[in-house]
Design a protein around this ligand. Structure first.
Ligand code: GLA
Length: 437
């Protein structure tokens, strides 16, 4: 009743504008059925940048060899089976000029076999290929961009090559060009008939927040989007991203869901800037943020400990939870301990106890009741990193976790069902989820 009264109260012009906006949003919708869980794979940029000096550095320069090598590692070292399927090219792959037909072409020296051959190889290994473009006159690295008039042609080119994901950056374009070009690319990708996951950097160029960013529209046209600045190989950089995402979680958290994800940028685990504890923290925090897991590290030389973090099965299961609800920071203690919670399917949840302290392992005492879990429930808890199980934890029980400096303790918990009395369980945060017995 109240709703009808309100709608009736809208001036007719507004009602019409609203209807048109909805129709337009629908018409522009990507509707590609892709990325129902956050995409997982490998992306060149953070670790390999725009190193094009293949004479001096043939192992690490942006060339087809790097991508063939990474495809081999993903296929042979257990990554693919865990879900790490995308091998993604970033900037600096193309020649400095389009060809005579105005088509983007790869640098002939560094990609002598061309992108199609690389895609064929990647597919033969059971993987998928991602590529990078930029809506503008130039890419951020100074290579040919995709101006608005080239959007359709470039979408066709990528589809013909067999590309499975496109990251569309936004250097060297105006706000107006971006507002036209990003939805246009969504339509153009759809029109190719090839399923291509669409990663938009648009919101990062609009400051990441409403009113400039329209997250409803974005979720209609993009499968994932960069909201914020580039990750660098340092703990400070990870913290600045976590801080920004947490500070704006009321806006960002509802925007994410199956088919449309916030992207806090690549995982830098395995590189030079993070300690062991910090690496475990990045993995846990990205998992609870329902972030795409795009590793940017050298999989040919990665250490066993970094690999173990990235290949943690329970962690990946949590990241890939089918409900696709992004987690939130729920506690920020004065003494630099924070708690994050992500609701999962089957009334399960993931909790992170995160210490930003720099002194010594910290004993943090709390209870599930203090974290707003439902009353009178008994939980089974699995520590995601150690695998240890705590059975029979009641909502009201106090417990203590020992968190290392800049480290995490991460829990996966689910209610222990008493078959004679429970058919439905209430998860934290008020949602009632059906429980399969
Ligand atoms: C921008 C993007 C990065 C990377 C570089 C490439 O800075 O945000 O992720 O793609 O461009 O030049």
């Amino acid at each position: 009743m109240r709703r009808a009264a309100r709608a009736g109260g809208l001036p007719p012009a507004w009602g019409l504008a609203l209807a048109w906006a909805l129709i337009l949003a629908r018409a522009q919708a990507l509707e590609n059925g892709l990325a129902r869980t956050p995409p997982m794979g490998w992306l060149a940029w953070e670790r390999f940048r725009c190193n094009i000096d293949c004479e001096a550095d043939p192992q690490n320069c942006i060339s087809e060899k790097l991508f063939f090598d990474m495809a081999d590692r993903l296929a042979e070292d257990g990554w693919r089976e865990l879900g790490y399927k995308y091998v993604n090219i970033d900037d600096c792959w193309s020649a400095k000029q389009r060809d005579g037909a105005g088509q983007l072409v790869p640098d002939p020296k560094r990609f002598p076999r061309g992108i199609k051959a690389l895609a064929d190889y990647v597919h033969s290994r059971g993987l998928k290929l991602g590529i990078y473009g930029d809506l503008g006159t130039l890419t951020c690295g100074g290579y040919p961009g995709t101006t608005v008039d080239c959007v359709e042609q470039d979408a066709q080119t990528f589809a013909q090559w067999g590309v499975d994901m496109l990251k569309l950056d936004g250097c060297y374009s105006s706000e107006e060009e971006q507002a036209e070009g990003y939805p246009k690319m969504a339509k153009a990708l759809n029109a190719t008939g090839r399923p291509i996951v669409y990663s938009c950097s648009w919101p990062a160029y609009q400051g990441g927040l409403p009113p400039k960013v329209n997250y409803t529209l974005l979720a209609e046209i993009c499968n994932l989007w960069r909201n914020y600045g580039d990750i660098e190989d340092s703990w400070d950089s990870v913290l600045s991203i976590v801080d920004w995402f947490s500070a704006h979680q009321d806006v960002l958290q509802p925007a994410a869901g199956p088919g449309h994800w916030n992207d806090p940028d690549m995982l830098i685990i395995g590189n030079f800037g993070l300690s062991y504890e910090q690496s475990r923290s990045q993995m846990a925090l990205w998992t609870v943020m329902a972030a795409p897991l795009l590793m940017s590290t050298d999989l040919r030389t990665i250490s066993p400990s970094a690999k173990e973090i990235l290949q943690n099965r329970l962690m990946i299961q949590i990241n890939q939870d089918p409900l696709g609800i992004q987690g939130r920071r729920i506690v920020k203690e004065k003494f630099h301990v924070e708690v994050f919670l992500r609701p999962l399917s089957q009334a399960a949840s993931a909790l992170i106890f995160f210490s930003r302290r720099t002194d010594m392992p910290f004993r943090y005492t709390t209870s599930l009741a203090k974290l707003n879990f439902p009353d009178n429930t008994v939980y089974e808890v699995q520590d995601v990193y150690s695998g240890k199980i705590i059975s029979g934890l009641k909502t009201g029980d106090n417990f203590t976790v020992v968190i290392n400096p800049s480290g995490v303790v991460m829990w996966y918990l689910y209610p222990m069902v008493q078959p004679w009395c429970l058919v439905r369980q209430q998860g934290p945060g008020g949602g009632v989820h059906p429980l399969i017995l």
